[in-house]
Structure formats: structure tokens, C-alpha cells
Design a protein around this ligand. Structure first.
Ligand SMILES: [Zn+2]
Length: 446
């Protein structure tokens, strides 16, 4: 049988079922989908492929899914570090956004982020930022997947003036990408402290109608809880529950401040948690009790958060940080093993986004979103347990080839759909402009 592509690798890690490992296996791809996963010897007999990829020493895994980011903020990477969340937001990030964000910024910032993510084995991201239409266009042009957030805030920004306008513009973007094969949408109310009840109520009805997820920062810091108690008389999770927002379509990002009883109630709603360990650590937001949440059966996905608070979009380092931090917080070295954290970065992200029939694992019939990782270098040999090696010894620099819907977007570590030199040139122009004019209260030149 003649097909489009055959990829032969030392190990194929389908992620479903968790922990499964195939040695000397091949993946057969046709018309953008996985057709078959079978022993290499058999694959050579059964299929004739237009394209062959021989990947000795490599592991093949599903494309990684970054379940929470603000991608265009890549242009603010390293602008303000070593600050608590509210100081960072109010005194640095929000003023910088006000000064710099326009359509060109979003275009160039998203392209920079997409280049970084593809090279690091991320094939899909869940975004929350301004001009989601531009983020969608840039991402689709690069052949990458995204769920773009239809952002909602109470206060005016360059994207919209008030909550009604945010919702209206968001619905336009949703309509524009309704049937796109790479782009999906989700409502993205920023956080409990930045969106009031009426728009949240309206958004819940619309999300049910359109059957799209709701993506929100929830219980990120102690200050958020304090503010919720002062402004609304209850903790934000209680308020979201009263508004009917806790459901399987919710992606609750961060979740570091949790009482036992509210965690048990949350688990019963079927809502998803998106864990962003490096952003939580860097902003000292608190510790998400990952092992406890997992034990309650909650679907946990992983995200990097923005490249201004991380400061990268590296899902390999996020997986390692998640596994290590979970063990430290639980006081248990067996908490969140390597297989589980790989699931979080793949199939769990797909589940949270409502895309698990399409992506997140290597199964016949699913879209061919695959990442080849070279485990043959001095820092990853010997290989006794390939999945452990991926999490604890490997990194994004070991990603050699990436396919999305069967199209090769990274070939031998080189981007095939984007002009990297041009992206770097435009990034340097932004760097020069932003560096020259930053005027922040605590800014120390140097
Ligand atoms: Zn965030």
C-alpha cells in the first residue's frame, strides 16, 4: 500500500495507554493522519511511502500541548524579573502593554513564540491575549495548532473598551475560525479580580451554546483570595461556582491556593487544572498541590504561562519542573512519575481543550502531530527507561523533527514554515525600541 510518510524510530511512546513503550516501531501517516503503528520490519513490508524517515536512537512522542500561555508576550521576555505578581503586573507589564501593543507587536511576538515552541516540540498552545485574530493567522500560517483565547476584561485596552465589546469582538474571531482545521477558540476571562459577574454570566451561556472551553487564571496568589473576600465576600472559586462556571469546559490555571474542602468540591465538577510550575515558582505565587489534585481524579494539563514570567516556552523543562516540584510538595518521591507528567503535557492538555479525539496521543485515526527526540547524545545515554529519560535527562534541544497534521514543520532542528532570520531581525528591532524607552518606577539601567 502506498502512503505519504513512514517514520522509523527506536522507541514509539503513544501515551495512551500511559507508560506503553514500543521498541523498533514505525508510524505510518497518510493524508495528515496516523494510519498505523507497527513493528518496523512489518512496516517496511506493508507500506511503500513517498517519504521515509530513519531515526535511530530517537523516541517518537505526541506533539506537546502548552495549555496556558500569552504567546505574543515573547517580546517582553526578560523585561522585568524578580518581582511579585501584582507589582510585576501593575508597575511593569500593564504599562508596557499600554505603550507597545498593536497589531504589529502581536504579529511579531506570536511569530517569535511559534518559532520557539515548534523548535521545542510544542505543536499546540492555548493562548490568552489581545488580537486573537492575529495570533490565529500567524499560527495557522506556520502550520501550527492553537486554541486562541477570546479575552475578556472589565477595563479598556487596545483590543476593546468594555466587557461587551470584548465579547462581541471575541465572537467575531470565533466565527472567522469556526471550521479551521488548526485553530480553535475558547473564552478567556482574564481572572476573578479583573472580570465582574455580568460578563462572566453572559460568557457562560455563550460558551455552553458554542461548546467551547473557558480559560481563566484561578487562585493564582494569596492576594487574589484576599481581594475576592474583600470585594465579593467569598473566595474566587466559590464565586465561580455560584456563577455556574465550574464545569468540564473550564480550564482553571494555576490553582495554588486551595483548601481541602474546595478542592474536593472542584474535583466533583469535572473542571480541569492547568499547572504552570515555573511561573508559580518565579513569581512566588504558591505551590499547586499536584499529587493531591491528581489523587482526586482531576484532569491536569501543563502550561508555561507567558514568556515574560517563565521566561521561556519550553514544555520539556516544564515537565521536569512539574515532576520535581510535585515530589517536593508532596514529600513523596513516587508522586507524579515521568509517565504521568508526559500525559499531562499531551493527552491531558488535549482533553482540557476538548480535542482528545484529534490530538494528544499516537493512535490510528488521530492527527499526525509527532515529535522526534534524539536520545543518542552523551547527556541522554545510556537509555534504560526512555520515558524517564525524556523527562529527567532530555530537553527541547534534543527535538530533531516535528510534524503537525502530517506536515513536517521542523526538519533536522530547522523550521520549514517560518523564516527564522527574519523573525530574529524583527525581534531585535523591537528590543531596541522597547529598551530605549522603558520608563518604570523600579527600573535600574544596566
Ligand atoms: Zn497566565
Amino acid at each position: 500500500m502506498e502512503i505519504d510518510t513512514l517514520i522509523h524510530a527506536d522507541w514509539v511512546i503513544p501515551v495512551e495507554p500511559e507508560g506503553r513503550l514500543f521498541e523498533d516501531y514505525s508510524v505510518a501517516i497518510d493524508a495528515g493522519r496516523i494510519l498505523d503503528i507497527l513493528p518496523t520490519a512489518m512496516a517496511r513490508q506493508n507500506y511503500r511511502a513517498k517519504k521515509h524517515h530513519e531515526l535511530p536512537g530517537h523516541a517518537l512522542i505526541p506533539g506537546l500541548i502548552n495549555a496556558h500561555t500569552h504567546s505574543a508576550m515573547a517580546l517582553f521576555r526578560g523585561l522585568a524579573d524578580d518581582l511579585p505578581l501584582m507589582t510585576w503586573l501593575h508597575e511593569y507589564i500593564w504599562p508596557a502593554e499600554k505603550r507597545w501593543i498593536d497589531e504589529e507587536f502581536i504579529h511579531d511576538g506570536t511569530q517569535l513564540a511559534v518559532a520557539e515552541m515548534l523548535r521545542g516540540g510544542t505543536t499546540c498552545f492555548n493562548d490568552m491575549y489581545f488580537f486573537p485574530d492575529i495570533t490565529a493567522r500567524v499560527t495557522a500560517t506556520a502550520g501550527m495548532r492553537a486554541t486562541v483565547g477570546l479575552i475578556v476584561l472589565d477595563f479598556p485596552t487596545i483590543w476593546a473598551d468594555d466587557a461587551d465589546a470584548y465579547l462581541h469582538k471575541g465572537l467575531e474571531v470565533h466565527d472567522q475560525y469556526r471550521n479551521h482545521h488548526l485553530i480553535r477558540t475558547a473564552f478567556a476571562p482574564h481572572a476573578p479580580y479583573s472580570v465582574s459577574d455580568p460578563p462572566l454570566e453572559r460568557m457562560r451561556v455563550l460558551a455552553d451554546e458554542l461548546e467551547i472551553p473557558v480559560h481563566m487564571h484561578v487562585h493564582e496568589t494569596r492576594d487574589e483570595i484576599k481581594q475576592g473576600l474583600q470585594q465579593h465576600g467569598n473566595r474566587p472559586l466559590q464565586r465561580l461556582s455560584d456563577l455556574g462556571l465550574l464545569s468540564p469546559s473550564l480550564l482553571a490555571v494555576h490553582m495554588t491556593q486551595l483548601e481541602d474542602s474546595e478542592l474536593t468540591d472542584f474535583a466533583l465538577t469535572g473542571a480541569n487544572v492547568v499547572h504552570c510550575p515555573e511561573s508559580n515558582l518565579k513569581l512566588a505565587s504558591g505551590f499547586c498541590p499536584l499529587a493531591r489534585i491528581d489523587a482526586l481524579g482531576v484532569n491536569i494539563a501543563l502550561g508555561t504561562d507567558s514568556p515574560a514570567s517563565n521566561n521561556d516556552l519550553d514544555m520539556f523543562s516544564e515537565m521536569r519542573s512539574a515532576a520535581l516540584l510535585a515530589k517536593g510538595v508532596a514529600g513523596d518521591a513516587s508522586a507524579i512519575p515521568a509517565e504521568k507528567v508526559l500525559s499531562m503535557a499531551t493527552i491531558n492538555g488535549a482533553r482540557a481543550l476538548g480535542l482528545s479525539n484529534e490530538i494528544g496521543s499516537l493512535l490510528p485515526g488521530k492527527a499526525a502531530d509527532l515529535v522526534a527526540v534524539d536520545l543518542g547524545s552523551p547527556d541522554t545515554l545510556p537509555v534504560y527507561h526512555p520515558i524517564s529519560q525524556l523527562i529527567y535527562a532530555s530537553g527541547r534541544d534534543k527535538v530533531s523533527n516535528v510534524w503537525i497534521a502530517g506536515r513536517q514543520v521542523v526538519k533536522d532542528a530547522v523550521l520549514t514554515t517560518l523564516n527564522l532570520e527574519e523573525i530574529l531581525l524583527r525581534t531585535r528591532k523591537w528590543q531596541a525600541k522597547i529598551a530605549k524607552t522603558r520608563e518604570f518606577p523600579g527600573y535600574k539601567p544596566g
